[in-house]
Ligand binder design. Structure first.
Ligand SMILES: Cc1cc2nc3c(=O)[nH]c(=O)nc-3n(C[C@H](O)[C@H](O)[C@H](O)COP(=O)(O)OP(=O)(O)OC[C@H]3O[C@@H](n4cnc5c(N)ncnc54)[C@H](O)[C@@H]3O)c2cc1C
Length: 426
C-alpha cells in the first residue's frame, strides 16, 4: 500500500494545491555536500525545500577536502565566513614534488597571493566539518525539512509538478512538489531515471585515504602545506585539516577493485599500498609507512557532460556528482556541487534574462531549471575533462613525464594557477 508523506511538508503542499501559495516547492534527493548546499541555497532564494537522505543520519567519511577560492567565495556569500574560518585550514603554499626523486617541481603560492588574486582563500577542511557547517546553517535557518532514513525510489513528473516515491521505516510513501533535484551522488537513481545512461565506469584508479594526527608523526613528516607527489602510474596528495593537527593523505594508484564498486569505502591493506609505492623517495615512503590505517575507494566516473539535458530536464535537475562525477585530480567535485547549488538558487531567485528579478513561481520552475542547466553544464564538463587530463599528466611515464617536469620547472606557478577555474563561473 502506498501512503502519503505525513506532516509539515504534506500539509504545506495541500495549502499550495489550493492555490493560496506561490512559493516554489522543491524536493532534493541526497544529503551529501551537494544536497545540503542545494537545500541551503534554494531556501535562501525563497523556495520551500524538503530534503530526503537515505542514511539514518547525516554523516561524512573521515577524509579531507580542498576548496579552491571559487568555492570559498560561494560559502562566504552564504554567510558562512566565520563558520568556515573556525574549522578550515588555509595553507600558504601548494608544492608539487617528484615521488621518485623527491625534488620540488613547482610551487603555487596560496595564502595572501591567492586571496589577492581571486578575492578568496584556498582552504582545506575535514569533510565532516564542511558537512556540519552546512547542516548547522540549515538548522539555524529552520526552513528546510530534513528527512533522514528516506530512500528515494522513483519520481513521476506531471503537468503540475513532480511526485517522489520514497521508502521510510518500511513504508512506501510519496510526496509532491513543483520540482525535484537529484543530488544523490555517483550512483544516482534520479539520473538513471532521467537519462537512462547506465552505470558509471570504473577507471582502474584506486584511492587510498588516511587521516593521521601530526603529533604522531616525526617532526620531519609533519606539514602545513598542500603537497602533491607525482610518480609513474601514481600520485599522492597531503594537506592539513582541523587546525593543522591532522594530516589528510590520499594516494592514488592504478589497480583493480575486487569488491563492490558502489560501496566506496573499504578497509585497505597498508602492505598493498606500500608495494605500489616501493620505488618512491624516502620522505614519501616514510610518510606512507608511518600510517597504519587506510581506507580504499575504487574511482568510477562518467564522460564529461555533453549537453544541458544532462543537468536538467523539465522540472527535474541534477546537482553535484549525480550530474558530473569526476576524477578528484582537480580537487573540485564538491566545489562544482557547491557552484551548482549557488547557480540553482540564483535562477530561482530571478537572476536571469527570462526572469528579471522575479522569484520563481511554481509555473515557471521548468524554465528556471533550463537556465540553470545552460549556465552550468559547460563549466562542469570543462572541469571533468581537465581532471581526466590531470590524471594522465600526474601519472605520466617516459617522454611525457620528462616534458611535464621540465615545463613545471620552467613555468612553475603559471602552470599550477588556474584563473578560469579559481575566478569562479562567469
Ligand atoms: C579520493 C577523493 C578525493 C576528493 N577530493 C576532493 C577535493 O579535494 N575537493 C573537492 O571539491 N572534491 C573532492 N572530491 C569529490 C567530492 O568528494 C564529491 O564530488 C562530492 O562529495 C559529491 O557530493 P554529492 O553531494 O554530489 O554526492 P555524495 O557525497 O555522493 O552524496 C550523495 C548523497 O545522496 C544519498 N543518496 C544516494 N541515493 C539516495 C536515494 N536513492 N535516496 C536518498 N538519498 C540517497 C547518499 O547517501 C549521499 O548522502 C574527492 C573525491 C574522492 C573520491
Amino acid at each position: 500500500m502506498r501512503w502519503r508523506a505525513p506532516g509539515w511538508f504534506q500539509q504545506r503542499l495541500q495549502v499550495a494545491s489550493l492555490g493560496t501559495s506561490q512559493v516554489t516547492k522543491i524536493l532534493i534527493v541526497g544529503g551529501g555536500i551537494g544536497g545540503l548546499a542545494g537545500a541551503l541555497a534554494c531556501s535562501h532564494s525563497g523556495a520551500q525545500v524538503a530534503l530526503f537522505e537515505r542514511a539514518a543520519e547525516f554523516s561524512e567519511v573521515g577524509a579531507g577536502i580542498q576548496l579552491g577560492p571559487n568555492v570559498v567565495k560561494v560559502l562566504h556569500g552564504w554567510g558562512l565566513q566565520d563558520a568556515l574560518a573556525a574549522v578550515a585550514d588555509f595553507p600558504q603554499r601548494l608544492q608539487v614534488c617528484s615521488a621518485t626523486s623527491g625534488a620540488e617541481l613547482g610551487v603555487l603560492r596560496l595564502g595572501a597571493e591567492i586571496q589577492a588574486r581571486y578575492g578568496s582563500a584556498y582552504a582545506t577542511i575535514h569533510r565532516a566539518d564542511l558537512q556540519s557547517l552546512l547542516l548547522a546553517a540549515l538548522k539555524q535557518q529552520g526552513r528546510v525539512q530534513l528527512n533522514v532514513g528516506s530512500t528515494a525510489n522513483r519520481f513521476v513528473p506531471h503537468d503540475a509538478g513532480v511526485t517522489l516515491e520514497f521508502r521510510r521505516l518500511n513504508h512506501d510513501l510519496e510526496t509532491h512538489a513543483d520540482a525535484l533535484v537529484g543530488a544523490d551522488g555517483l550512483w544516482s537513481r534520479v539520473r538513471q531515471q532521467l537519462l537512462n545512461d547506465g552505470a558509471p565506469r570504473a577507471t582502474g584508479h584506486l584511492a587510498y585515504r588516511a587521516m593521521v594526527a601530526q603529533s604522531s608523526l616525526p617532526e620531519r613528516l609533519r606539514s602545513q602545506q598542500v603537497t602533491a607527489w607525482l610518480g609513474p602510474h601514481l600520485h599522492v596528495v597531503q594537506y592539513p585539516v582541523r587546525g593543522g593537527e591532522w594530516l589528510n593523505v590520499v594516494a592514488i594508484v592504478e589497480g583493480k577493485m575486487v569488491d563492490d564498486a558502489e560501496n566506496w569505502d573499504h578497509s585497505a591493506n597498508a602492505t598493498d599500498l606500500q608495494r605500489h609505492l616501493a620505488a618512491s623517495c624516502t620522505p614519501l615512503l616514510d610518510l606512507i609507512h608511518a600510517i597504519d590505517h587506510w581506507r580504499l575507494w575504487g574511482l568510477s566516473i562518467r564522460p564529461p557532460m555533453r549537453g544541458a539535458h544532462e543537468q536538467a530536464q523539465g522540472r527535474v535537475a541534477l546537482l553535484g556528482d549525480a550530474a558530473h562525477p569526476m576524477l578528484p585530480y582537480l580537487a573540485q567535485g564538491a566545489g562544482m556541487a557547491i557552484e551548482d547549488a549557488a547557480e540553482l538558487a540564483r535562477v530561482l531567485a530571478g537572476d536571469g534574462p527570462a526572469s528579471a528579478g522575479r522569484p520563481a513561481s511554481p509555473n515557471d520552475v521548468a524554465t528556471r531549471f533550463g537556465q540553470y542547466a545552460n549556465r552550468r553544464w559547460q563549466r562542469n564538463a570543462q572541469v571533468q575533462a581537465r581532471a581526466i587530463r590531470n590524471g594522465q599528466i600526474f601519472h605520466a611515464t617516459g617522454p611525457l613525464r620528462w616534458g611535464r617536469d621540465a615545463a613545471m620547472r620552467l613555468l612553475g606557478e603559471s602552470l599550477l594557477d588556474l584563473p578560469w577555474l579559481y575566478q569562479g563561473p562567469r
